[in-house]
Write a protein that binds this ligand. Structure first.
Ligand code: 87F
Length: 506
């Protein structure tokens, strides 16, 4: 016989209770960082694992963050007169090989299409790992005179790099999303200026949006993009693993590609000249860095500026309470916040208990939770709970928008401050090899005086090779401490030229 409604409700409740026990995190951030990270990205519903290693499904909770970052960055580069383009995904072997000196090291990572249906293609076609070789033949065609310059191209797309080292969602995946900017100028001065303008936008993405502290700096000759003149980057640091991680790069390519692809223009004097080029990119890796930085044992913690939902409103109807009144108050709170431009949403699901909802939204990292129960309804107030520190405040409903704004701003600022304090606590300034090794073993971010010789960096790599990977330069920060004359390189004993960040990295 069919269950009565009441019986059915009890059954569904029991089911939920079971689910309730399943919800939550099995791993702790400090105990098993790798497993903790996988659990966070899956349980928060950002990522679903896929049956091809190194490929992941990006669910709305990740894609909405990517869209928010994109919205900011796209508006900023449009102010710099960048134009949107879309170039094909495929590139012929012939064209790809044009860049052969630099492609050599990357060649094992290039993925190829060799068949259509059952028949072999006449020639294999590569899937873009980056688009220099796809774009630059056309830049050569489109640029004739100084009036065609500058040419400023940006595309949002996917790229494929068939990596073999251990894949990690967002951080190292075989297909990822990025923007790639490719710009062409008549003079080196213009190119130099843009490199730094873009780097500053990357800093803002990390610090203002993702609340992740980064250092701006220049890559060593060994670590720069070999095809370019110089590489700048923003570098983040993950205290739990003691690894640096490149956040984004902005390269000045100089005239190397202009020579390879014959990109020249007629200048004002009627002479042929070679162009100057830049290229720059940031990727969905940025989301992974944010997860690693702020997540905790309850799951994800999202900075308000990138949270798809900034405020989740949850009705708390005790039995015999005025359920309709509570629901109405919740709806009205969501409406008021939405009207004020705050991303608020109502969790009105009736088959989940309030406690279960709290855990789920905590896992998803929503910055603020609003609870409205009978007492709140009677007092015309709401209870707001912060995801970062769990503090609770009761505020009058009339002050809702104002108070939520204050809390969200404080939340955003607090995340960056906390992350910066943790990062800074990991920085050690060293002067000798022994100090260097001790700091490395201690998972520190090392700032060391360096002679800036490639041979020495190679040597450091060789001497630190091991299971955890070798140490290398992360960057030479633009913000340089004093370097007293007579300071020597920690690794070679030669006169030091600069302070550089060293460490293991992703
Ligand atoms: C992997 C396979 C083939 C990186 C690769 O950083 C080629 C490459 O050229 C390759 N991995 N690179 C360097 C990319 C340089 C540059 N491209 C435009 C950027 C920013 C965006």
């Amino acid at each position: 016989c069919r269950p009565t409604r009441a019986e059915a409700e009890v059954r569904s409740w029991k089911k939920e209770v079971k689910k309730e026990t399943k919800l939550g995190m099995a791993y702790k951030k400090d105990d098993n960082f790798g497993e903790w990270y996988s659990e966070v990205v899956v349980n928060s519903e950002m990522i679903e694992y896929y049956d091809i290693s190194g490929c992941y499904i990006l669910r709305p909770w990740a894609m909405e963050i990517w869209e928010l970052l994109k919205e900011f960055f796209d508006a900023e580069i449009k102010k710099l007169k960048l134009k949107p383009y879309y170039f094909p995904l495929f590139v012929t072997e012939n064209v790809l090989q044009k860049e052969k000196d630099h492609i050599e090291g990357f060649a094992p990572e290039v993925a190829w299409v060799t068949k259509s249906g059952k028949s072999d293609l006449e020639a294999p076609i590569a899937i873009r790992p980056t688009s220099e070789t796809v774009m630059y033949p056309y830049f050569s065609k489109w640029i004739r005179s100084h009036r065609d310059l500058p040419l400023k191209c940006n595309q949002w797309c996917n790229v494929v790099r068939w990596e073999f080292s251990n894949p990690t969602p967002f951080i190292r995946s075989r297909e990822f999303l990025w923007q790639e900017g490719h710009t062409v100028f008549a003079t080196k001065e213009e190119a130099d200026e843009e490199v730094l303008q873009i780097l500053e936008l990357y800093r803002r993405i990390y610090e203002e949006f993702l609340a992740v502290p980064v250092s701006k700096g220049r890559k060593s000759e060994m670590e720069k993009f070999a095809g370019g003149l110089y590489t700048t980057s923003v570098e983040a640091f993950i205290p739990n693993t003691g690894r640096g991680i490149q956040g984004a790069t902005s390269h000045c390519l100089g005239q190397n590609f202009a020579k390879m692809f014959d990109i020249t223009f007629e200048n004002e004097k009627g002479e042929r000249s070679m162009v100057w080029q830049n290229s720059w990119a940031y990727t969905t890796r940025s989301i992974g860095v944010m997860v690693m930085t702020h997540g905790d044992d309850k799951g994800l913690v999202l900075p308000p500026k990138v949270a798809p939902i900034q405020v989740i409103v949850i009705p708390v109807p005790f039995k015999d309470a005025d359920t309709t009144g509570i629901k109405g108050a919740c709806e009205s709170a969501v409406y008021t916040l939405n009207q004020a431009g705050i991303r608020a949403d109502l969790d009105a699901r009736e088959n989940y208990s309030p406690g279960w909802k709290y855990s789920q939204w905590e896992m998803k990292g929503v910055p603020l939770r609003i609870e409205i129960g009978p007492k709140d309804l009677a007092n015309k107030q709401v209870r707001i709970v912060r995801r970062d520190n769990g503090t609770k405040v009761d505020i009058p409903s009339t002050d809702l928008v104002e108070q939520v704004r204050v809390l969200l701003d404080g939340f955003q600022a607090n995340l960056l401050e906390t992350a910066k304090a943790k990062r800074d606590a990991c920085i050690v300034i060293i002067s000798t090899w022994d100090e260097f090794i001790a700091a490395l073993n201690d998972k520190k971010l090392i700032l060391a005086p360096w002679c800036d010789e490639e041979e020495v960096e190679k040597d450091v790599k060789a001497r630190t090779k091991g299971e955890l990977g070798a140490a290398k330069t992360l960057c030479t920060p633009f913000d340089q401490p004093d370097l007293p004359s007579g300071t020597v390189c920690f690794a070679s004993g030669k006169p030091a030229q600069k302070w550089s960040f060293w460490g293991r990295s992703y």
